[in-house]
Design a protein. Structure first.
Length: 266
């Protein structure tokens, strides 16, 4: 089996009205390990609304985090042991990248404040880490579940950022042995649509058609990216959130035999 995946980061209607830039960024790709195993790596970040260069912070954090995971996966000849991944080192690398950028721009790290979500999914296990809000939802034989519940800050509408002085204390890390067949990574702009707060679980009517749309898509990858972006910009979504929103969706698909043709999204 192989992965089919798609991602998009869309400015919220409130940002469009004010002329503000989209402060969300995402990266997703397949890393081929020397052992021959392919690992899906997905990274997302939401820049703090109060930070003047949050969009650059989010991009810097995503790039540094993705490269950190990639370096870990391509070193050595054996299959990657995700349980040995150094999440604190990833956080240090991300913070250093932001500090370096802040020095170049004559700003402070706080001007680049952002959250961070990272997932690395191999054939036999997965590693997840998160600072701040947003969420990672995974599907396996055990069903769908939220890896970490979004962490709110001390006050309403606040959360934690990689640039916080005590960011390490809010770094959530999990390694699971399940064979993950579905994954969604998203920022807080989609939380109210995607999660059931009463039971702290995924909202299945949101995810079931979403994963199915990606799983049965047989048109071009460009078409899939466009379809996801169009859906995220639709009235059905924007009527429930005016924030920037990022969504990464990945599903395992069978390599042999064509799947039913599908060119409509959700």
């Amino acid at each position: 089996m192989s992965w089919r995946f798609v991602n998009s980061s869309i400015p919220g209607t409130s940002h469009l009205e004010s002329g503000a830039l989209c402060q969300d960024v995402s990266i997703v790709g397949i890393i081929s390990c020397p052992s021959g195993e392919d690992v899906l790596v997905a990274v997302a970040s939401d820049g703090a609304g109060s930070a003047s260069l949050a969009h650059i912070g989010a991009a810097t954090a995503c790039s540094a985090a993705f490269e950190n995971v990639k370096t870990f996966l391509v070193i050595g000849d054996e299959a990657p042991d995700l349980a040995s991944f150094n999440a604190q080192q990833l956080l240090r690398d991300v913070r250093l990248a932001i500090t370096d950028r802040a020095e170049i721009d004559g700003m402070t790290s706080r001007d680049f404040a952002c959250t961070l979500l990272v997932a690395a999914v191999s054939d036999t296990s997965s590693m997840f880490l998160q600072i701040g809000d947003g969420a990672i939802v995974i599907g396996s034989e055990r069903g769908r579940r939220v890896v970490f519940w979004p962490e709110a800050g001390e006050y309403a509408n606040m959360t934690y950022f990689v640039t916080d002085e005590r960011a390490g204390a809010h770094l959530q890390v999990s390694v699971v042995a399940d064979v993950v067949s579905e994954i969604a990574v998203f920022t807080d702009g989609l939380q109210r649509l995607a999660l059931r707060y009463d039971e702290r679980c995924p909202h299945d009517p949101f995810f079931a058609p979403l994963f199915q749309s990606v799983r049965t898509w047989t048109a071009s990858q460009e078409g899939l990216i466009s379809a996801l972006a169009t859906w995220m910009e639709s009235d059905a979504v924007n009527s429930r959130t005016d924030d920037d929103k990022t969504l990464i969706v990945g599903v395992r698909v069978v390599n042999s035999g064509p799947e039913p043709h599908h060119d409509n999204f959700v």
